[in-house]
Design a protein around this ligand. Structure first.
Ligand SMILES: C[S@@+](CC[C@H](N)C(=O)[O-])C[C@H]1O[C@@H](n2cnc3c(N)ncnc32)[C@H](O)[C@@H]1O
Length: 262
């Protein structure tokens, strides 16, 4: 499913999940989950992570699945039911800016690709909320994309740079969230911040946001002209048909432990 209009649907997120499975597995590992744990997935989307998390916490554990979009929560609920783990997951409708959980409720939490969809001025409040709901000694994991690292193999590198910069700075509310995540966590009561990178390799234009959504938006904003849009889509279409489409971006997994109280 291509992201032709920039609208992120449950189906798009499900397909994307298969391409970034390594990032997801790394984020689960950094949560240090044990059976019986209570864990939070903030900005859970359609439940592509809450079901694997429910399997890790087991029958005595609990997953809190938080999202501000009721349609995503419906999809997540359906997924939980069809995978037989519904009783282990509480689906919470609300904002990560005011997580509807008491202080020190969870053993660990994660927020994947949440910060990039929020304005940067909200980032600190979201991270403060993640830290607040985590028990002392519990784990906080943030996984996000550094869209500033995105690149596409294209013959006109100046046009490619212009479009990549436009995408990172104008088409993502917070396109540099991945590179900022470690500093954001360090500003809170956490210990031992670790930073790991996961490369995202995309070999199909339709798997990227760099097709007509990018060219239509860039045309509207007068970043490129019609000839440049046509050159971009034509060349990338040929590369795709020949099996030579190549795009990369770096994803970042940042993890830390909530400071133990003295
Ligand atoms: C790019 S999707 C990522 C979903 C999921 N984490 C995944 O990896 O597939 C971002 C998700 O964050 C949710 N979201 C956006 N703003 C939010 C907020 N303020 N509080 C909670 N969820 C939010 C969206 O509804 C969407 O489901």
């Amino acid at each position: 499913m291509a992201l032709d209009d920039g609208i992120v649907t449950a189906e798009y997120l499900r397909q994307a999940a298969e391409r970034i499975r390594a990032l997801k597995e790394l984020s689960y590992a950094r949560m240090n989950i044990a059976p019986g744990h209570r864990v939070l997935d903030a900005g859970c989307g359609p439940g592509v992570d809450t079901v694997p998390l429910a399997r890790r916490v087991g029958a005595d554990g609990k997953v809190y699945a938080l999202d501000s979009d009721p349609a995503m929560l419906d999809a997540a609920q359906q997924q939980a039911r069809s995978d037989g783990v519904a009783e282990r997951i509480d689906h919470l409708h609300g904002s990560a800016l005011a997580i509807p959980l008491a202080d020190a409720t969870v053993d660990s939490c994660r927020a994947e690709r949440l910060l990039q969809v929020l304005p940067p001025e909200m980032e600190r409040s979201v991270v403060a909320e993640l830290v607040r709901v985590t028990k002392p000694g519990g784990r906080i994991v943030i996984a996000d994309t550094d869209w500033g690292s995105a690149s596409v193999d294209f013959s006109d590198s100046a046009l490619e740079r212009r479009l990549m910069t436009f995408f990172a700075t104008q088409m993502r509310p917070s396109g540099f969230a991945g590179r900022r995540a470690a500093a954001l966590l360090r500003a809170h009561a956490v210990d031992g911040v670790s930073v790991e990178l996961v490369p995202l390799l995309q070999q199909r234009l339709a798997d990227t946001p760099f097709g007509t959504w990018l060219t239509d938006t860039a045309l509207r904003e007068r970043i490129i002209n019609q000839a440049e849009a046509a050159a971009w889509l034509d060349e990338l279409g040929v590369r795709e048909r020949e099996g030579n489409f190549f795009a990369t971006a770096t994803m970042v997994v940042v993890a830390a432990g909530r400071t133990q109280r003295a």
